[in-house]
Ligand binder design. Structure first.
Ligand code: ASP
Length: 327
C-alpha cells in the first residue's frame, strides 16, 4: 500500500477572465477543505467518511455550485443532486431533485446505508430525507444574490450557462476567446465553461477508495434535468482500484461514462492511474468539455481536464500538495 491520498475539485471550466481576487477566494476554500481532509485521514477516518466530510464543507460554503450557492433552474429554483460510492464493496447512493436538503451528499450516503435502493429523486428523496431526520432548510437558503444575477444574464443571452462568471462582467464584454468558445448544445447557445460542481476522492491508509460528487447542475437548466453528478459510472465511481469524480458538461460526461472508464482502462488495459486519466480524457471526452480527479489504491493522485481550467487541490501522504486552477 502506498499511503493515503486525497483530491478535491470545485469544478472544471473557468472563465479565463476570472478576477484575481475570485481566484484567491477559490484557492483559499480549496486549501481549507484539503486540510480538513488531510487531518481526517491523519486521524484514521475511513475514505468514505472523508469524502462525505469534505463535500459537506464545500456544499455549506456558497462559493462553488453545490448546496448553498447552487446553480438555478430556468424557474429560479434550486434542484440539487449528489452521489457517493464506497470502492471496497462497490456500494453507492445517489439523489436528484433536492430542494430543501442542506447537505445532499449526506442524503446520498443515507440512501446507500439506510435504504434498499441506490438512487432516490424528487418527492421520494424529500420524503426519505424527512424520515431520516436530516437537516432541511427553505429553498431560499441555497439561492445567492450572485446566482440570481447570473441566471438573469443566462436568460438574456438565451443560454444554459456553464461559466464561472460574475454578474458585473456581462456576456457582451467577455473576451474574444471566451466568445469563440460559445457553441450550441441541442440548438441552444452555450459556453464550454462549466460551473463549479464539487467532488472529492480519497484513498485511506488501508487502501480503501471512495468518491463523492455534489452539484446544483447548470445555470438556467430545465427543471427536472439530471446531469452526470448523481450518475454512478458517469460523474462518480469507486472500486478496489480507484476513486473518480468528474465535472464539466454533464451531457458529455454521461455520453463518455467518464468515471467508470478510468477504472475500466486500469482494470482491462492494465494502465496506471495518470495514464488511465489521460487516455479517458483524450479518447472518451469531447474537446473542451470536462475534467476529473482520481486516486488509486496505491496512494497515487491524478487529475486531467480539457477545459481552460479546473479548480482543484490534492495531497498525498508522502508530502506532495497542489492547489491550482489552470494547467
Ligand atoms: N457536471 C455538472 C452538470 O452537468 C456541472 C459541473 O460539473 O460543473 O450538472
Amino acid at each position: 500500500m502506498g499511503g493515503w491520498a486525497i483530491a478535491l475539485h470545485g469544478g472544471a471550466g473557468v472563465d479565463p477572465n476570472l478576477p484575481l481576487h475570485r481566484q484567491e477566494q477559490a484557492k483559499q476554500l480549496l486549501t481549507r477543505c484539503l486540510n480538513l481532509g488531510i487531518s481526517a485521514l491523519r486521524s484514521s477516518l475511513p475514505a468514505l467518511d472523508v469524502v462525505e466530510l469534505v463535500v459537506r464543507e464545500l456544499e455549506t460554503d456558497p462559493l462553488f455550485n453545490s448546496g448553498r450557492g447552487s446553480a438555478l433552474t430556468e424557474n429560479g429554483t434550486v434542484e440539487m443532486e449528489a452521489s457517493i460510492m464506497d470502492g471496497t464493496k462497490r456500494r453507492c447512493g445517489a439523489v436528484s431533485g433536492l430542494t430543501t436538503v442542506k447537505n445532499p451528499i449526506s442524503l446520498a450516503r443515507l440512501v446507500m446505508d439506510k435504504s434498499p435502493h441506490s438512487y432516490l429523486a424528487f418527492s421520494g428523496a424529500d420524503d426519505f430525507a424527512r424520515q431520516q431526520g436530516v437537516e432541511l432548510v427553505g429553498n431560499d437558503y441555497f439561492i445567492t444574490e450572485e446566482n440570481v444575477g447570473m441566471l438573469k444574464l443566462a436568460k438574456e443571452a438565451n443560454t444554459i450557462m456553464f461559466d464561472y462568471r460574475i454578474p458585473a462582467v456581462g456576456l457582451e464584454t467577455c473576451s474574444a476567446g471566451a466568445a469563440a468558445a460559445m457553441e450550441k448544445m441541442n440548438g441552444l447557445p452555450i459556453s464550454v465553461y462549466a460551473p463549479e460542481t464539487v467532488g472529492c476522492v480519497v484513498v485511506d491508509v488501508e487502501g480503501r477508495c471512495a468518491a463523492a460528487t455534489s452539484t446544483g447542475g447548470l445555470m438556467n437548466k430545465m427543471t427536472g434535468r439530471i446531469g452526470d453528478s448523481p450518475l454512478i459510472g458517469a460523474g462518480t465511481y469507486a472500486c478496489e482500484l480507484c476513486g473518480v469524480s468528474c465535472t464539466g458538461e454533464g451531457e458529455a460526461i454521461i455520453r463518455g461514462t467518464l468515471a467508470r472508464e478510468v477504472a475500466a482502462v486500469m482494470e482491462y488495459k492494465g494502465l496506471g492511474l495518470q495514464d488511465a486519466v489521460d487516455f479517458v480524457i483524450k479518447e472518451r471526452l469531447d474537446e473542451g468539455k470536462a475534467g476529473l480527479i482520481a486516486v488509486s489504491r496505491n496512494g497515487e493522485v491524478a487529475c486531467g481536464f480539457n477545459t481552460t481550467g479546473m479548480f482543484r487541490a490534492c495531497a498525498t501522504e508522502d508530502g506532495f500538495m497542489e492547489v491550482g486552477i489552470w494547467e
